[in-house]
Design a protein around this ligand. Structure first.
Ligand code: FDA
Length: 306
């Protein structure tokens, strides 16, 4: 999968010849800002919220970093006009982390300031920082803390697999911030992370319970559970009910195109469900990762190629 995702020849060929194919349509919200905002409105009609994500990862070219930031600003302007949340997801390496922590911090600060300038009461407007592999965990956390201290609307993704996450989570809960909890998509070393699925699931649930503790919610903490794991979701719902936490005080987040049945099941129960909605032209590495997570998605790839 890594070979398929990173092979420049395959990527260029697929993205040119098979753009707008089944695979891209299944997992990507559109090629540009207008298309993704239109998709956001379509999903809103189904009671689904969105988080906009500009495709591209581990960006080494500064010009592409600038293009990503400019595109996200344009998306925010369109989204505000359409009365959608200004909820952006961004990888630090899309915002210049490879060029340097200072450059990334400056870019994310500017982006968060722009978002803040468009903020509107009643909307959930926030810059959600994605968490990449463990080599960039610390600078990512440092930048997040910088944004919060500057009074900017930022939130952070934490990975249940990492040993350090319980401490990182505790500090954001104490500060009354917002955390998106994921299992972790990167194969990390066993001296820094749980590597067995059972253990990761068990840790996820234990952290989820901390996030739904009544004291955390009273403190202004906002939990986001990003998972498609039906069993974990049932446990989270049970804990929220037991702690008398209303569906408006937390949310579930899933990937656009993944488990639409489960998304609707939660909406029917009155839960807040947000979809991670990627857009842009560089869809191939993102789509391949979805196949890696679930080989059944290979069907979309095969159908798109024949
Ligand atoms: P798990 O992998 O156990 O899957 C549970 C169930 O969902 C299974 O039945 C499985 O088949 C199904 N499923 C999962 N993925 C599927 C797919 N692609 N297609 C079809 N079915 C699928 N990671 C990270 O390290 N940093 C980050 O910033 C983020 N950000 C992020 C945001 C959002 C909104 C989501 C939903 C996920 C992430 N992730 C992430 C990815 C996350 O760490 C994890 O790899 C995936 O969500 C898959 O884990 P699940 O919790 O869904 O459980």
């Amino acid at each position: 999968m890594i070979f398929l995702a990173t092979h420049q020849g395959i990527k260029a060929w697929i993205q040119k010849t098979a753009a707008a194919t089944l695979l891209a349509r299944r997992f990507v919200g559109g090629e540009n800002e207008n298309a993704v905002v239109a998709k956001g409105l379509e999903l809103k009609a189904q009671n689904l919220l969105v988080s906009f994500f500009h495709l591209g990862e581990y960006v080494t070219d500064k010009t592409l970093v600038d293009q990503t930031l400019a595109s996200l600003k344009k998306t925010m302007v369109h989204a505000r006009k359409a009365d959608l949340d200004l909820h952006l997801s961004i990888d630090p390496t899309q915002a210049g982390l490879i060029q340097g922590t200072g450059a990334c911090q400056q870019n994310l600060t500017r982006l968060a300031r722009f978002l803040k300038s468009l903020e509107r009461p009643g909307n959930l407007d926030v810059l959600m920082i994605d968490m990449e592999d463990a080599s960039v965990t610390q600078p990512t956390l440092d930048i997040f803390r910088h944004l919060i201290q500057a009074g900017l609307p930022a939130a952070i993704t934490l990975q249940a697999c990492l040993f350090q996450t319980p401490d990182d989570l505790k500090s954001v809960i104490e500060a009354g911030g917002m955390v998106r909890l994921v299992k972790g998509a990167f194969a990390e070393d066993s001296h820094i992370a749980h590597t067995r699925k059972n253990k990761i699931d068990q840790t996820y649930l234990s952290l989820a319970k901390d996030m739904l503790h009544p004291d955390a919610i009273v403190n202004g903490f906002y939990p986001v559970f990003a998972t498609h794991d039906h069993r974990l979701i049932q446990e989270i719902l049970k804990t929220a009910r037991k702690n008398q936490i209303s569906p408006a005080q937390y949310e579930f987040e899933m990937l656009f195109g993944v488990r639409p049945d489960l998304q609707q099941e939660l909406v029917q129960k009155g839960c807040r469900v947000r979809l991670y909605l990627p857009y842009g032209k560089d869809f191939w590495p993102y789509a391949v990762r979805r196949i890696g997570e679930n080989p059944k998605n290979m069907t979309f790839l095969i159908k798109s190629l024949i």
